[in-house]
Design a protein around this ligand. Structure first.
Ligand code: AMP
Length: 218
């Protein structure tokens, strides 16, 4: 199953994608995580994308398309994958179409107020990448990961000023994507309100995956 998770920053793409990855045994490919790793390692690619990431702007399409193509050619993607944070522009979607088929696009719908609140409360483990929310999913011990004991931190771009910039970017660049996939009849909308239990949303997502037909060879 080749899956794409679309939705605004802070919409829960990472959380739902990692659940899907565990449930179906397919890799969770998070473009933001890949790029952050490159920045931390100080690689050539990291140096090229760093300034965009700090400002909350999208990195150039050519760079991320190359990263995606390389990652998707690895053997663990043969049985499928869940893409999170890629594609984010129409150009990226068209580049992806040249590399692989898409079976289903999960589109998370969520209000901006909820996103700003959620991102301001988001904390991430430095070691294993586990995601927490200080309000809805706090760690047992403040600042410490339940899974591995790693230190929790707040992403620079989760600070309110950068969040607003990222949301603006999302609306401008990514919403035409949803229309592109709608025309192909690949989109399943999932309403991600704060009060909905995550298990209920996961059931809805799994039902959509079951219904979608693998597009292999088409
Ligand atoms: P994320 O972790 O998905 O919120 O991504 C963090 C940042 O990485 C974004 O604000 C962009 O600067 C960059 N980024 C991630 N995915 C992409 C993409 N598909 N295209 C361009 N830039 C990206």
């Amino acid at each position: 199953m080749n899956l794409i998770m679309l939705g605004p920053p802070g919409g829960g793409k990472g959380t739902y994608s990692s659940r899907i990855s565990e449930n179906y045994g397919i890799p969770h490919i998070a473009m933001g995580d890949i790029l952050r790793r490159e920045v931390n390692e100080g690689s050539d690619l990291g140096k090229k994308v760093e300034e965009y990431m700090e400002k909350g702007e999208l990195a150039p399409d050519e760079l991320v398309n190359e990263v995606a193509k390389k990652r998707l050619s690895e053997p663990d993607c043969e049985a499928g994958f869940i893409l999170d944070g890629y594609p984010r522009t129409l150009t990226q979607a068209k580049a992806l179409d040249k590399v692989t088929d898409t079976d289903l696009v999960i589109n998370l719908e969520i209000s901006e107020e909820v996103i700003i609140e959620r991102l301001a409360n988001r904390r991430i483990c430095k070691e294993c990448g586990a995601i927490y929310n200080l309000k809805s999913m706090p760690p047992e011990e403040e600042g410490v990961c339940d899974e591995c004991g790693g230190e929790l931190y707040q992403r620079e771009d989760d600070k309110p000023k950068v969040i607003r910039k990222r949301l603006g970017e999302y609306r401008k660049q990514s919403e035409p994507l949803i229309d592109y996939y709608r025309e192909k009849n690949l989109v399943e909308d999932i309403v991600a309100q704060e009060e909905r239990p995550i298990e209920e949303m996961m059931e809805e997502i799994y039902a959509a995956i079951k219904k979608a037909k693998p597009n292999k060879g088409s």
